[in-house]
Design a protein around this ligand. Structure first.
Ligand code: FAD
Ligand code: GLY
Length: 381
């Protein structure tokens, strides 16, 4: 990690690998992304595209809140650059988010959450049910209270993945799909390259960005395998129709069912309804119960969805670390960089990850922004 003409191999062509690859290729590095399947079709395709550092904040996760807020601040410029490089839209919308309470339990939870947001100095506004319905008329008459998070936005993650693939290639990067990396070659404490079938691809820097599969690649000494696990999320898309449309992202808290539902309207008329959160290993089967819980929670908030056609159902795997925060930066294996474990916020965290990891590779210096997120925080002794 010395100069601007490094050769870099990125393992994983999700939104994180593509974002880093794009920035590095633009800076003159020789970058190859190896993707074992189709690029961008794993968690990055499954996501809802919410950019919600405030609506998803947990009081004890202040460093993650700062990282998410920093990434959200980068979004307008990131989108401008990406859309200008590719002439492709990524569906960035800045209409804000409403968290709505459908009963007294929810309202209690909302109040508690709102108090935390205020203590953290976040931009959140308390609304009555009537005020919330003035903003989103399709909200249920049952809704008694809501929090408006004006600064939490959304992007169309599928469009962003497609734009990043194009932008990466335009910048001179090589995207090799259908090409699994079987091993990271480490010699004398240094990463030398990656093994693709019988071939060794040597590179100055290896970036591990394989999402929830990041711990499964051979070659890493035990303490270096990142503690990342899959957390399943079931989702569906409905087709909005005339008179049954929403503008803002609408979320419900987790009071009654073990599902904190959200409804995310896209410019193409799709209404994304998500998501379960299940510890089921690598199982991506859809279940009747999972979809039922989602629909029930979403329908309680916006009853009008009852009549909408179902366009698609799917499940994806969030790459969750032990503390829900990403693993970013250098490791004790020289020339091996981690960019994984983005859990529920990988779409939000793409610009800051891409900027900070590419800067680390180009300059050799780690910035303050990613300092709280090294792999070493999980290593004992
Ligand atoms: P992935 O997109 O999973 O990409 C990893 C890639 O690595 C895959 O394509 C995989 O095939 C490849 N790979 C694995 N092993 C190898 C190997 N050996 N060789 C080569 N390639 C390999 N985040 C938000 O910010 N907002 C949201 O609204 C949101 N909603 C979500 C909803 C759901 C249901 C889910 C599942 C996630 C959601 N997320 C959201 C989280 C976000 O999707 C993830 O954090 C993000 O996509 C992670 O990106 P990634 O590139 O690390 O992983
Ligand atoms: N951030 C939304 C989810 O992970 O479901």
């Amino acid at each position: 990690m010395r100069g601007s003409k490094e050769s870099v191999v990125i393992i994983g062509g999700g939104i994180i690998g593509l974002g880093i690859g794009w920035q590095l290729a633009k800076s003159g590095c020789e970058v190859t992304i190896y993707e074992r399947d189709r690029a961008g079709r794993a968690a990055s395709w499954a996501a809802a595209g919410m950019l919600a550092p405030i609506a998803e904040v947990h009081f004890e996760e202040r460093e993650l809140l700062e990282l998410g807020s920093a990434s959200l601040r980068l979004y307008p410029e990131w989108v401008r650059e990406l859309e200008s490089d590719t002439q492709m839209s990524v569906g960035f919308r800045q209409e804000g988010t409403l968290i709505v309470g459908v009963d007294r339990d929810d309202a209690g939870l909302l109040q508690h959450f709102f108090d935390s947001q205020r203590l953290l100095g976040l931009n959140a506004e308390w609304l009555t049910g009537a005020e919330a319905r003035d903003i989103e008329p399709l909200l249920s008459p049952q809704i008694t209270a809501a929090i408006s998070c004006e600064d939490d936005h959304q992007v169309d993650n599928r469009l962003m993945v497609s734009a990043l693939m194009t932008a990466f290639r335009i910048a001179g990067g090589t995207l090799s799909e259908g090409t699994p990396v079987s091993k990271i070659e480490v010699q004398n404490g240094k990463a030398r390259g990656v093994r693709i079938k019988d071939r060794l691809h040597e590179a100055d820097v290896i970036v591990l960005a394989a999402g929830c599969w990041s711990a499964d690649i051979e070659g890493l000494p035990d303490p270096i395998a990142p503690p990342v696990r899959p957390v399943k999320g079931q989702m569906m898309a409905l087709q909005m129709e005339a008179g049954i449309t929403t503008q803002k992202v609408i979320r419900t808290p987790r009071a009654k069912y073990n599902t904190n539902a959200y409804l995310v309207p896209k410019a193409n008329g799709r209404l994304i309804v998500g998501a379960t959160s299940e510890e089921m290993g690598f199982d991506t089967r859809l279940t009747a119960g999972g979809l039922f819980e989602l629909l029930r929670s979403a329908w309680e908030a916006v009853p009008g969805i009852y009549d909408l056609p179902v366009l698609e159902t799917w499940a994806g795997l969030r790459p969750g670390s032990r503390d829900n925060a990403p693993i970013l930066g250098k490791t004790s294996v020289e020339n091996l960089i981690m960019a994984t474990g983005h859990y529920r916020n990988g779409i939000l965290l793409t610009p800051v990850t891409a900027r900070e990891i590419s800067s680390l590779i180009l300059t050799g210096v780690s910035t303050q922004a990613i300092a709280p997120f090294p792999l070493s925080r999980f290593q004992i002794g």
